[in-house]
Design a protein around this ligand. Structure first.
Ligand code: ASP
Length: 598
């Protein structure tokens, strides 16, 4: 019931069954039409709109858009022909008896009217202004709907895990660093001058300690903090739906995670069929040029390295040559192919070689440079037909595949194949355990000091067949880790964890983390493993991304109540902000060790 001190009903609860009865409602003035003698006022609360009719000129005159009103009056049917089919309460109205202004509103910096939004006539300002006045932006029903979807997701996920005997545990946010491949946000510890807490990049180590502590099944909606360089659609703080289980292997945790996905998607009205498909990391890279492939459409990459093994074309004399077909692309005008070159350069590639195949003829720069034999066979080799275009990439395998993977998605986008209301899930499994630490295309921070860093994080278990050899052949070692991918987004990931200190030490060793350093950074974890650590595994969902997918919005900022804008700034509170001299002194941010010696 919405009946409170201020109202008998919410706007949407007022319906035809209340005709001739007196009700009290409260809300903002969404729209005001004063016809002299009679004023129509649409009142908006979180539930929707209702029309109030005011016959008293003196009452109506001072009212202003977005004032907060309390109205008591009698419900009546609207006169014939005056109904509004766009709103739930469109066949009735309230004839005001008493109108109380609970709070006045100044003129808004931009409009938020539901009525205008419903008609598609709302002119939204730029995002910085929306964020500066986020509390106004949130008055729009579409923003409410996003927050509601998110709230329903969390309820659904909690219900699944509660049923399975999980315990929700809050882990601290003032902690020692957890390496997830980013920089830590640091907080000065006033009481221990010169010492700092880190904000968790994830609850990883703490949830592992909970397993050693016998919790067995843990989950948490956890806030995580990563101090990364600005990239579109990343937030310095974000939410994970984080879980961990003891005495389980990869299959067990995947099964639970699938149930969570099914329930969460259902909470927003979508059916997900289980089990979710799996693809190995290697196949994902080979076929889709991405470790988070968008499988709403097919169009696999074709490996042409063997086909071009003896090519006279210098550009293709490389470690890898691959291609992706643009169905029907041959009829695109030349300037579009020029635009594709620019597109590729913006992604850091040199360009994008292509061939078109039309009326039995090959055209485009590549066609001229390859051999007669290659010309004869190329269309069959890539499974292209007359009317298609083919894009090529040649060079280092991983980066060329990634370029083609991006081309594949861009083609699908231009062909209108990316329906935001269709969801294609896949597990990506069989990840490498390590990756090169100094890859210039990768902005992860290496966790140690060797040429290797963790593909996932340093607590990931090598897969069973690599247990003896992962440290002698780190390049090829595989891990027991898994990502869950939806429509080209990694929406979650996890792994089986190392629960033995000997294996953990060997992994640190490969990463170039010395014994002292390991003890200094993770001594507490290694120590915990000495006292009987059950085998355990877990996973975390990126909750903001899941919410974005389920609301079909184009940024995670649309599903976060108060997000940061570019560069990690908050246009509303103006954080981050300088601190005072006194705060500097008290928190000891300028503390030097010699300050003690006096
Ligand atoms: N802690 C991991 C992450 O943040 C998730 C996991 O392995 O459970 O990516």
């Amino acid at each position: 019931m919405s009946s409170t001190k201020y109202r008998s009903h919410s706007a949407s609860e007022v319906n035809e069954s209340l005709v001739d009865q007196t009700v009290t409602i409260a809300g903002w003035i969404d729209r005001l039409r004063n016809h002299g003698g009679v004023a129509f006022v649409d009142i908006r609360d979180a539930s929707g709109l209702i029309q109030v009719v005011i016959y008293d000129e003196n009452v109506a005159r001072p009212l202003h858009s977005e004032d907060v009103l309390q109205v008591t009056g009698v419900v009546r049917k609207r006169p014939e022909g005056e109904e509004n089919a766009d709103i739930l309460t469109g066949t009735i109205e309230i004839v005001a008896d008493t109108v109380t202004v609970l709070s006045n509103s100044a003129t808004l910096p931009f409009q938020v009217s539901t009525e205008l939004e419903n008609k598609g006539e709302l002119d939204l300002p730029n995002e910085d202004l929306r964020l500066k006045y986020r509390y106004l932006d949130l008055r729009r029903p579409s923003m409410h709907a996003n927050l509601l979807t998110r709230s329903n997701m969390s309820k659904a996920a909690r219900a699944v895990l509660d049923n399975l005997g999980f315990t929700e545990v809050e882990t601290p946010t003032l902690i020692k660093s957890t390496p997830e491949g980013a920089r830590d946000f640091l907080v000065p510890a006033r009481l221990v001058p010169g010492s700092w807490y880190a904000l968790p990049q994830s609850p990883q180590l703490l949830k592992q300690l909970l397993m050693v502590g016998g919790v067995e099944r843990y989950y948490q909606l956890a806030r995580c903090y990563r101090d990364e360089d600005f990239r579109a659609d990343r937030q310095p703080e974000f939410t994970q739906f984080d879980m961990e289980m003891a005495y389980v292997g990869q299959e067990d945790i995947m099964k639970v995670a699938e149930q969570v996905i099914q329930a969460v998607w259902k909470s927003a009205g979508y059916e997900v069929t289980l089990p979710i498909n799996r693809i190995s990391w290697t196949d994902a890279m080979n076929y889709y040029g991405s470790d988070k492939p968008d499988l709403r459409f097919d169009n696999k990459l074709v490996d042409l390295t063997d086909f071009f093994a003896n090519t006279p074309f210098r550009v293709f004399q490389q470690q890898y040559v691959g291609a992706v077909v643009y169905k029907g692309g041959a009829s695109l005008p030349r300037r579009q192919f020029d635009a594709w070159q620019e597109w590729a350069r913006q992604r850091g590639a040199k360009g994008l070689a292509y061939i078109t195949f039309k009326d039995g003829e090959l055209r485009g720069p590549v066609a001229k440079n390859i051999s007669e034999e290659e010309r004869a066979g190329i269309m069959d080799a890539v499974h292209a037909e007359d009317g298609d275009a083919v894009f090529f990439a040649a060079g280092k395998k991983r980066s060329s595949q990634e370029l083609l993977g991006a081309v594949r998605v861009e083609i699908a986008k231009r062909q209108g194949l990316l329906d935001p209301h269709e969801f294609a899930f896949t597990w990506v499994v069989d990840f490498p355990l390590f990756k090169q630490a100094n890859d210039p295309d990768d902005d992860d921070v290496a966790v140690g000091h060797s040429q290797w860093t963790s593909e996932h994080h340093p607590f990931t278990m090598p897969s069973e067949e690599w247990l003896d050899t992962f440290d002698t052949d780190p390049e090829h070692a595989m891990s027991d880790s898994y990502d869950i991918v939806c429509n080209g987004n990694e929406i979650g990931g996890g792994s089986v964890r190392i629960h033995r200190d000997d294996i953990q030490k060997r992994v640190f060793n490969v990463l170039g983390i010395t014994q002292e350093e390991a003890n200094e950074k993770f001594g507490f974890l290694l120590e915990a493993f000495k006292y009987g650590a059950p085998p355990h595994a877990g996973l975390a969902f990126g909750w903001d991304r899941c919410a974005q997918l389920l609301t079909a919005t184009d940024s995670i900022r649309e599903v976060i109540a108060f997000p940061k804008s570019g560069g990690g700034k908050d246009p509303l509170t103006l954080a981050p902000a300088p601190i005072t001299d006194l705060q500097r002194k008290e928190t000891g941010v300028d503390y030097q060790p010699d300050d003690d010696e006096e």
